[in-house]
Design a protein around this ligand. Structure first.
Ligand SMILES: [Zn+2]
Ligand SMILES: [Zn+2]
Length: 112
């Protein structure tokens, strides 16, 4: 369950589509995908937050999640609520390419 989102920035950065949200087996395996970025490669990718170390697919260094501070308990509390706060909560996010706060997430649809 979640959103299909894509990161775009005025500098021309465009990510692949990210299936953001929790897997249907979330309660068994804790798999949850959230957007993360790599400043050295200037890319935004969807990464599994249940792993303690999420690697950049290009340089293999640790990626940074846009939401480092989401607590597991918060997710369980608000489960069922849309996790589309990337679209609503904040308009502009850090762009790993131009290093400005001009990145936006666009909704491409929903998945389940
Ligand atoms: Zn990288
Ligand atoms: Zn940019």
């Amino acid at each position: 369950m979640g959103n299909i989102i894509k990161a775009v920035c005025t500098c021309g950065l465009e990510s692949d589509t990210i299936h953001q949200g929790i897997g249907f087996r979330y309660f068994e395996n804790g798999v949850r995908t959230e957007p993360a970025y790599c400043d050295s490669c200037a890319i935004v990718v969807g990464r599994d937050t249940s792993k303690s170390f999420s690697k950049c697919p290009q340089c293999r260094r640790k990626v940074k999640f846009y939401k480092e501070d989401v607590e597991e308990s918060d997710i369980e509390k608000s489960l069922g609520l849309a996790t589309d706060d990337y679209l609503d909560e904040k308009e502009q996010w850090h762009c790993p390419r131009c290093k400005r706060e001009t990145l936006r997430f666009e909704s491409m649809g929903l998945w389940d």
